[in-house]
Design a protein around this ligand. Structure first.
Ligand code: SF4
Length: 383
């Protein structure tokens, strides 16, 4: 298979899947902890299940510390998992270095947030791309084959003419160009899955959309399955087919991106959307400024001793007694197929017996803050 071709496969085929993925990091024990029978751990990720499908983008959204980057590193097999399974084309995989790890990364590539840190400053673009092509057996035959493969990679990420960039060092490139080189290096493996961990968050606002458009183009042309990790839920609506929201290491809501961002069901997703800057809300012109500020007050919980029940309950304005004791499972939200929320508000029995007078109803359809800016920028980028 070449970089320009994809193996024929059913549309929407699940390429990479996480089932009940869990990661607990041990905490260094202090003297008084030695008396405790259960060693302290950070519950970074608990029971996360995601299916990445060919030709589709899945966004994983949440604030810092929600566990979304840990999920990417688990899927890249950079961390051993505590529990759960990772399946590539339906086959359980657990690799720890060696040729099996190399075979795995040939299929699954990780793009990091900081393109400057991910490229070696003393080596040129040619070095980075040649290394990737050679390691993964895509360097072609002879010097001509290598030059052709290098030019193909740079053309694919719109760094043209290629000869202008091949011998440049990372510090001679802009942030957007560096991220494109990092993407080209990932493509050197000819992968099926890209795990993009906040790929635009360190770039200037003006060039973010260009990089997102590039990823969209690669998804369409190469039929890639892409995991897009971000704290910006508005960009998830613009870029992703499906959106999953994480809070304190757990998945709390999921569904198609349009539904999750337009009709958020979980109180935390509503808080995320309301937290995006919106001049109308700040000035009170939208009439909801005070209410938005009162929602979801407080800080994310400690992941060493996460709250029992729903982890959002200490911050949730709609919390009911049951929320502090029982973990809500994913429950269907009856507004769109596949839309779910892990929230007791969507359990009819719980609501009938416990719903407080101030519990919020599911939000009305409304445009998330920033979306108009993203759409406008998208229009401008397309010009
Ligand atoms: Fe709020 Fe309870 Fe729903 Fe958690 S389960 S988000 S505390 S209403």
């Amino acid at each position: 298979m070449t970089l320009t071709e994809s193996a024929p496969a059913p549309a929407d085929e699940v390429v990479l899947e996480a089932v009940g993925l869990t990661k607990h990091f041990p905490v260094r024990r202090r003297l008084r902890d030695l008396l405790s029978r259960t060693p302290a751990v950070v519950h970074a990720v608990d029971d996360v299940s995601i299916a990445l499908r060919r030709g589709r983008v899945t966004a994983l959204v949440g604030e810092s510390g929600s566990g979304k980057s840990t999920v990417a590193r688990l899927l890249a097999q950079l961390y051993p998992r505590t529990a759960g399974d990772i399946r590539l084309h339906g086959r359980s995989t657990r690799v720890r270095g060696g040729h099996r790890f190399r075979a795995y990364v040939r299929r699954v590539q990780l793009i990091l947030q900081d393109p400057f840190a991910s490229l070696n400053p003393v080596h040129t673009v040619r070095y980075h791309l040649t290394r990737s092509l050679r390691i993964h057996g895509n360097a072609g035959t002879g010097p001509d084959g290598l030059e052709k493969a290098l030019a193909g990679l740079l053309t694919r990420v719109a760094l043209t003419p290629p000869e202008r960039y091949l011998d440049a060092f990372p510090h001679e490139l802009s942030g957007g160009q560096r991220q494109r080189v990092a993407i080209a290096r990932a493509l050197g493996a000819d992968p099926e899955v890209l795990l993009a961990d906040e790929p635009v968050s360190m770039l200037d606002v003006s060039i973010r959309l260009g990089v997102l458009n590039l990823l969209q183009d690669l998804k369409d042309r190469l039929d890639l399955a892409i995991l897009y990790i971000t704290h910006d839920i508005a960009s998830a609506r613009y870029f992703a087919d499906e959106t999953i929201v994480m809070y304190a290491g757990r998945m709390v809501e999921g569904g198609d991106s349009e539904t999750v961002t337009q009709r958020p069901a979980h109180p935390y997703t509503r808080l995320l959307i309301e937290s995006a800057p919106d001049p109308e809300r700040i000035t009170g012109a939208g009439g909801d400024g005070a209410a938005a500020g009162e929602r979801g007050h407080g800080e994310p919980p400690s992941l060493i001793r996460p709250p029992a029940g729903c982890r959002f309950h200490p911050r949730c304005p709609a919390a009911m007694p049951r929320c502090a004791t029982d973990l809500p499972p994913p429950m269907p939200v009856d507004d769109a197929p596949g839309h779910w929320a892990a929230c007791w508000l969507y359990d009819a029995d719980t609501v009938a017996t416990e719903k407080p007078a101030n519990a919020e109803k599911p939000a009305k359809a409304e445009k998330p803050a920033n979306t108009e800016h993203a759409e406008q920028a998208g229009t401008e980028a397309g010009r």
